[in-house]
Design a protein around this ligand. Sequence first.
Ligand SMILES: [Mn+2]
Length: 318
Amino acid sequence: MSYIDIFNGDADGICALHQLRLQDPQKSRLVTGVKRDTLLLKQVISVKDCLLTVLDISSHSNRDSLQKLLKQGNTVHYFDHHFAGKIPESTNFLPHIDTSPDVCTSILVDRFLAGKYRLWAVVAAFGDNLHSAANVLAGSLKLSPNETENLREMGELINYNAYGETIADLFFSPEALYRSLQPFSDPFEYFLAAEELGRLRQGFRNDMQLAEKILPVKKTPAGKIYQFPDAAWCRRVSGVFSNQIARQEPDLAHALLVERKNGSFLVGVRAPLARPLGAEKLCIKFNGGGRAAAAGINNLAPEEVDRFLEAFELQYAG
Ligand SMILES: [Mn+2]
């Protein structure tokens, strides 16, 4: 049986796979990409009789490919927390799907493995901006504040690495970053040893210094809208910047529009952390997707921007 591991390139996807492969090491083909590259099942559409493990990408967005792969005799283990729609029924489909706002894929894997590699789930939960869930898990492991802080930074840096239009925007391909942590079962050892983290820390600081100079283009009772120009650093920092502004004002929703070369916008939406709902509903109206607390649109045409701003207002005002 050949194994194919298909995972989102962010901290949650990487740490989910890492936990599973620490438990059950396999020589597997890896399929991943930048965070926004979520239609990953298409890349393996012709495979038959394989064991697919799919992590942290929406089964709704991938439904057609998923159904085809199931019909071709593949067994599919599916762990995810993004909008799922109707979940396929098939004896060779093994879903672990929970779209509650306080879980991430690595937390679902942590449950599946009864907490065996929980430190990596803490890293992932911080990466997905689920600070309260991360702190609860850290508390269950009796971590010191300093240890928790190190896992937080690691999650944030691995997550930061995943944002870009193409792999060329990133410091490391998600596959290379996963391979760098594969030898480490203990994230604290990785934290001390990994040159990758030093590189990401430096890049992150530079990008954030630039981002923090940019003021919102619009502030309404619902929240704040930011717009970044078409530059690699803007695409890289957009996710972590969005998470940071969401934490700074937990009662407000936030949207960040990053200009693309083709003139349209890459949009990230964060629901208010105090009411982490509705982001995926808003983005699905514009062909985007995601989860209740955080979602995105890959291609918002310039003439659609006003309609998006109205929908944002409707979703989050009052
Ligand atoms: Mn996730």
